[in-house]
Design a protein around this ligand. Structure first.
Ligand code: UDP
Length: 239
């Protein structure tokens, strides 16, 4: 039927900025609840969902460095910010009756369980949404890299990158009304054209492990479901 998902297991990357909605900082509870509903729709058709959340709505290591703060310390703060977002997201998902487990790459006993690949795969297989927080656990990485890393580790069928625009463009569509959207790109296109869709570490990781990436607009209700069902929304990045 047309409700048969194209992807059985996905790794969805939500940036911290996405959780901010129209606000300048922090977390918009309405955005969380809408995302939970959309993730619930995927669970409803049997899709297994891993989530990686960013932290840019709260802290960014590189931005803090400009204030004189040590970069590694800033990155630690940034990773802790992703745990806060993860806690908020888990709360929202569970209020929507979606069984959810939050795992952190940084051990934080009593607050959140420590990342365990085998356990996360078991949970995904049992229908839990698994949120992977604290990025890779290492400074100098991003949550985009964490999303690709976890996606490859848990053998997801694709990494879904939620953005504010409906795909990858040849220039910033917010600034340039003539910007042209790509429907399909290879990993090498992204690298050669220096398209800023994800950092190079993340793209190289996907290229080396042949992990497809779907870039789509999470602000457009229904887009997540459409992409999961195999719709042509957004941009596909693969070999
Ligand atoms: N971060 C890190 N290592 C990681 C992932 C994230 O040090 O593996 C830190 C880094 O400082 C980053 C911040 O956490 O700026 C928030 O993550 P990111 O900027 O990727 O969040 P997003 O842009 O998706 O909101």
């Amino acid at each position: 039927s047309d409700r048969t998902p194209k992807y059985k297991r996905i790794l969805l990357k939500l940036s911290g900025e996405a959780l901010m909605g129209e606000m300048e900082f922090g977390i918009d509870p309405n955005v969380l609840d809408r995302m939970s509903l959309e993730i619930g729709q995927l669970r409803g058709i049997g899709v297994e969902v891993g989530l990686v959340v960013g932290g840019g709505n709260l802290f960014r290591g590189a931005a803090l460095q400009k204030t004189g703060l040590d970069r590694v310390t800033g990155d630690h703060m940034g990773m802790l910010a992703t745990v806060m977002n993860g806690l908020a997201l888990r709360d929202s998902l569970e209020r929507a009756n979606i069984s959810t487990t939050l795992m952190s790459a940084i051990q934080m006993s009593g607050v959140v369980e420590h990342y365990d690949r085998r356990r996360s795969m078991r949970l995904l297989g049992n229908g839990d949404v698994v949120i992977f927080a604290a990025g890779t656990g290492n400074p100098f990485f991003t949550t985009d890299s964490a999303a690709c890393l976890r996606g490859i580790e848990v053998e997801a069928d694709a990494v879904f990158k939620a953005t504010k625009v409906d795909g990858v463009y040849d220039s910033d569509p917010v600034l340039n009304p003539e910007a042209v959207k790509y429907n399909h790109l290879t990993y090498d296109d992204v690298l050669e054209k220096k398209l800023g869709v994800m950092d190079l570490t993340a793209i190289c990781l996907c290229r080396d492990h042949n992990m497809p990436v779907r870039v789509f607009n999470m602000n457009q209700p229904g887009s997540l479901l459409a992409v999961t069902l195999g719709g042509k929304d957004g941009t596909i990045i693969d070999k």
